[in-house]
Write a protein that binds this ligand. Structure first.
Ligand code: BV8
Length: 252
């Protein structure tokens, strides 16, 4: 991505003139921190090696809870080795932004984004909760996460506080994400294949709002290529710092 490319200049112009910008992010935002994406063609992409329905679903957990916990603890150990990349830092340098993220890592927070400016649609991998939803929750040390264990409050299994396939998204985060997407002049979409619903609907919600321009940043064309006003093909870590430099973006 060079700074004089028409698409880069157009994306800068859309962002600079937008009154309200929100960021909608996926696994590509954290890829340069060494966190595997799900659907990339690269050999370490998660779904190319593991079956999501066995490891990220209620049925998979019921069938073999120990296998699911071990898989998440393997991912947690990877996160323990990761640090925010230049894309996270460029976003954190824009305190007026709200982040609607599908990611379950804490790299935006660790980059300096205030937690109340982050809407987590798919939960948090650094938190454990009771599978029977008794209310038990606790932050875990991702470098040394506990094995499968019973809930200390009710005895049901404890599991990562992430949203599995077939589970509802957190109501408050979802509703606020829908409202923000419908109200922005620009939705900056970073590093998502836009293949998981209902999260991916937010882009169409933004377009239906009638005023949003969609700026997509991805290393390859995606489901959003047709919906994007501008599509920037490049890595988040190298492109976002240049794209946002000198701008002062606000979501509300
Ligand atoms: C639900 C667990 C209903 C957490 C995940 C229509 C409407 C509603 C539901 C559905 C529907 N159609 C189908 C469904 C069901 C299902 C679904 O969407 N299935 C898909 C596969 C078709 N949805 C659900 O089950 C959802 N729940 O609908 O509940 C309900 C209602 C009432 C009552 C009960 C239930 C739950 C969805 C959440 C599933 N959980 N994971 C975890 O373990 O992490 S999904 C998984 O995919 C992750 O959470 C991830 O966040 C999400 C999206 O993936 P991406 O982030 O986009 O990552 P991906 O690898 O795909 O793409 C990365 C992109 O980055 C690529 O494009 C790549 O090119 C790019 N990239 C790579 N490197 C870089 C880069 N870009 C820039 N820079 C780089 N360096």
């Amino acid at each position: 991505m060079t700074l004089d490319e028409p698409s880069f200049l157009e994306a800068r112009s859309i962002l600079a003139s937008a009154e309200r910008v929100a960021v909608f992010s996926g696994a590509g935002l954290s890829a340069e921190s060494g966190i595997s994406t799900f659907r990339d063609q690269e050999p370490d992409a998660l779904w190319s090696r593991f079956d999501p329905m066995l490891l990220a679903s209620v049925e998979g957990f019921a069938e073999n809870p120990g296998r699911v916990i071990d898989w998440y603890n393997w991912r947690r150990a990877k996160l323990a080795q990761a640090t925010p990349n230049p894309a996270h830092l460029a976003l954190a340098a824009q305190p007026g932004l709200v982040h609607i993220t599908q990611n379950v890592d804490d790299l935006l927070e660790r980059a300096g984004v205030s937690p109340e400016r982050i809407l987590r649609l798919h939960g948090a991998i650094d938190i454990d909760c009771c599978h029977a939803v008794c209310g038990f929750e606790e932050r875990v040390d991702v470098a040394n996460a506990p094995p499968l264990r019973p809930c200390p409050r009710c005895g049901a299994p404890v599991r990562p506080a992430v949203v599995w396939f077939g589970e509802r998204l957190p109501e408050a985060a979802w509703q606020r994400s829908e409202a923000i997407s419908a109200a922005v002049d620009c939705l900056l979409v970073v590093g998502t294949s836009a293949t998981v619903y209902p999260a991916a609907n937010l882009v169409h919600r933004a377009i239906a709002g009638g005023r949003a321009k969609i700026v997509v940043l991805n290393t390859r064309r995606s489901e959003l290529t047709g919906a994007a006003h501008v599509e920037l093909l490049g890595t988040a870590g190298s492109t976002l710092p240049k794209l946002l430099r000198g701008l002062s973006l606000h979501s509300d």
